[in-house]
Design a protein around this ligand. Structure first.
Ligand code: F6P
Length: 326
């Protein structure tokens, strides 16, 4: 029998993602509803190591559901990678009686939680907060939908200027080693080509298809490149310009704007539902899992599996890209 949880800590770790605040709010309010004390740990695992821990009340999380970023701030903490750092973190939790943790972050953050929990027997529940959608065990991660919508808005604008000048634009989007932001934003903006790390990029094929389009006077083309693809946007631009010097090529790297902004309705709902279930899970005695939603049903994946598996990209999507972009 796991012992009854009385005090929980919540933290955000790794790259921020829109909807983290909505998740914090859900954790705090569900915890308080169940009579728990809730603590906010600042700057990810750093706050645990350095004892930057604050009490959170219902009012502390008022007016944040619509805000991007994270009120708890976030960081990637080197000290927590060492046993000594984790021991310090454990002591800071125990002096307050914190006996359960909710970690909002990506797979790197889950890896830290898994190790910590095994060493010090503190139940940890993960919430997938990352724009990359690179964790298996959930259809969506908190922040992905907002990031894709931000990318779509930006790419639509780039298309306007591409049309005006008859140019080829190569647009690089984020996603670390995953191609989901590129795939979704590329399909939604009618991109002519989408390059993702999950599929081999055939540069000769791209050049042949651009040459064929140039012949039939289709000069406006958008190529969306995931940052994790084997070809970076700049390298791709040089290769194309070398082979097809008459094309006007420009590169646009969207960068961190994809991580900011007010979360979409979908991300707010996802974060609220997952945050609620994270606390319910701790109370029910679950530990070392992350909360996901698969086919609209709650799904709990052991943290160590989340670290190992990535989401699979279906070939159907690749066919759609090929057929629709002519
Ligand atoms: O994991 C989220 C993410 O935005 C990735 O898409 C990107 O590769 C990385 O973080 C950027 O990290 P940083 O903000 O540390 O440059």
């Amino acid at each position: 029998m796991s012992k009854k949880i009385k005090r929980i800590g919540v933290l955000t770790s790794g790259g921020d993602s829109p909807g983290m605040n909505a998740a914090i709010r859900a954790v705090v309010r569900t915890g308080i509803y169940h009579g728990l004390e809730v603590y906010g740990i600042m700057r990810g695992y750093s706050g645990m190591v350095e004892d930057e821990i604050v009490t959170l009340e219902n009012r502390s999380v008022a007016n944040i559901i619509q805000r991007g970023g994270t009120i708890l701030k976030t960081a990637r903490c080197k000290e927590f990678m060492e046993y000594e750092g984790r021991k310090k973190a454990y002591e800071n939790l125990t002096k307050r009686g914190i006996d359960g943790l909710v970690i909002i972050g990506g797979d790197g953050s889950f890896r830290g939680a898994q190790i910590f929990s095994n060493e010090f027997n503190i139940p940890c529940i993960g919430l997938p907060g990352t724009i990359d959608k690179d964790i298996a065990g959930t259809d969506f991660t908190i922040g992905f939908d907002t990031a894709v919508n931000t990318a779509v808005e930006a790419i639509d604008k780039v298309r306007d200027t591409a049309e005006a000048h008859d140019r080829l634009f190569i647009i690089e989007v984020m996603g670390r080693d995953a191609g989901y932001i590129a795939l979704h934003s590329g399909i939604a903006t009618g991109a002519e080509n989408i390059l993702i790390p999950e599929r081999k990029t055939d540069i000769n094929d791209i050049i042949a298809s651009l040459a064929e389009k140039e012949k039939r006077k289709k000069l406006v083309n958008l190529i969306i490149v995931a940052e994790g693809d084997e070809f970076g946007a700049n390298e791709l631009s040089s290769l194309i310009s070398e082979k097809l010097p008459t094309l006007e090529v420009r590169v646009c790297i969207l960068g961190h704007i994809q991580r900011g902004g007010s979360p979409t309705c979908m991300d707010r709902l996802l974060a609220s539902r997952m945050g609620y279930h994270a606390v319910e899970s701790l109370i029910e005695g679950r530990h070392n899992v992350f909360v996901g939603i698969l086919n609209n049903k709650m799904n709990y994946t052991p943290l160590n599996e989340a670290v190992k598996k990535k989401q699979h990209i279906n070939d159907e999507w690749m066919n759609i890209v090929k057929i629709l972009a002519t």
